[in-house]
Design a binder for this molecule. Structure first.
Ligand code: HEC
Length: 257
C-alpha cells in the first residue's frame, strides 16, 4: 500500500515537472503522414535547426530515410551531419551537464515529444515564442510559460511581441478584442509579428512549422505510416473476399432452394 502511495505521489510530481500549463487558445493540428514532401521538409528543418541541441535517440537515420522516401545518397549528403552513418541512431554529441550549465536545463530528447504533449501542443509551442524582457533568454512562450529554450527560429518568423500584458495573454488565451456571443469568434491576437523582421512570410512560417510538427509526429510513432498503408490493403482485401464469399454461398445454396 505504501509503495502504491509513493508511486502515486511520484506520478503527480512528474506531471508537475512538465511544461507549465497555460490557457492559450491553441490552433488544432491534423497530421498528414502520407504527405512525404511535408515530412521531408520537416526532417530537413529538424536536422538543421534543432539537432544542434536536441537528439532523437530512439530513431535511426536509415529507417527515417526509408519511411520518408529519401534515397540513401541524399540522406548521407544533406541530412546526416557529423560523424554519423546511415545506420546510426539520431543522437547528438552535446554534453548534458554542460548544456544544463548553459540553459539551466538540458534540452530533452525529442523522439517522443508528440506522444507526451500531443502534436497540437507542439505546433502551437513552435509558433508562440515572443519577446519578453523579464525572461532569461529575452523570450517567453505562450503555451510553455517561462520556457528555457531560446527562440531559435526568430530569423525565419521575425520578432514577435506581446501586445497584451502577460496576465491578459494567459487569461484570454491570446485573443484581444471581443468575443462574439453568437458565433464565439474572437477578434485580434495578443502576439503580433513585426512585419519585415523575418525571412519568411507568416504563411511560409506556419507551413514550415506544420511540416516540422508533422515530421515529429511521424517520429513519435513511425510504424503508423506503414499501419495506415497496410490498413488500406486489408480493407480492399476484405471487400474482395466478402464478394467471393457471397458468390460461394450462392453456389452452395443453389440446389437447396
Ligand atoms: C540552443 C539550443 C536549442 C535549440 C537549437 C533548440 N532547442 Fe528546444 N529546447 C532547448 C532547451 C534548453 C529546452 C528546455 C527548456 C525548458 O525545459 O525550460 C528545450 C525544450 C524544447 C521542447 C520542450 C520539450 C519538453 O518536453 O519539455 C521542445 C518541444 C523543443 N525544445 C523543440 C525544439 C525544436 C523543434 C527545435 C528546432 C526548431 C529546438 N527545440 C531547437 C534548447 C534548444
Amino acid at each position: 500500500m505504501k509503495k502504491i502511495l509513493i508511486a502515486l505521489v511520484m506520478l503527480c510530481l512528474s506531471g508537475a515537472a512538465l511544461a507549465a500549463p497555460s490557457n492559450y487558445n491553441m490552433e488544432p493540428f491534423r497530421a498528414d503522414l502520407r504527405d512525404q514532401e511535408s515530412l521531408q521538409r520537416g526532417m530537413a528543418m529538424f536536422v538543421n535547426r534543432c539537432m544542434g541541441c536536441h537528439s532523437m535517440e530512439y530513431q535511426r537515420f536509415a529507417r527515417t530515410g526509408e519511411d520518408l522516401g529519401i534515397p540513401e545518397e541524399l540522406m548521407e549528403e544533406y541530412l546526416i551531419l557529423g560523424n554519423h552513418g546511415i545506420n546510426d541512431l539520431m543522437t547528438i554529441s552535446m554534453d548534458n551537464d554542460a548544456a544544463e550549465g548553459w540553459f539551466g536545463k538540458a534540452p530533452p530528447d525529442l523522439t517522443l515529444t508528440t506522444r507526451v504533449h500531443g502534436s497540437t501542443w507542439l505546433y502551437n509551442y513552435l509558433r508562440t515564442f515572443y519577446r519578453d524582457d523579464d525572461a532569461i533568454f529575452g523570450v517567453n512562450n505562450a503555451v510553455f510559460v517561462d520556457v528555457g529554450m531560446p527562440h531559435v527560429l526568430e530569423d525565419l518568423q521575425g520578432i514577435v511581441v506581446n501586445t497584451c500584458s502577460r496576465e491578459e495573454l494567459e487569461e484570454r488565451g491570446g485573443f484581444t478584442g471581443t468575443i462574439d456571443p453568437l458565433t464565439g469568434t474572437r477578434s485580434g491576437q495578443c502576439l503580433q509579428v513585426q512585419p519585415g523582421t523575418g525571412s519568411m512570410s507568416p504563411e511560409e512560417f506556419h507551413q514550415a512549422m506544420y511540416d516540422l510538427t508533422n515530421f515529429m509526429t511521424y517520429v513519435g510513432e513511425p510504424s503508423r505510416v506503414q499501419a495506415e498503408r497496410i490498413g488500406t490493403f486489408v480493407l480492399i482485401f476484405l471487400a474482395i473476399f466478402t464478394f467471393v464469399a457471397y458468390l460461394l454461398k450462392r453456389e452452395y445454396w443453389r440446389d437447396i432452394h
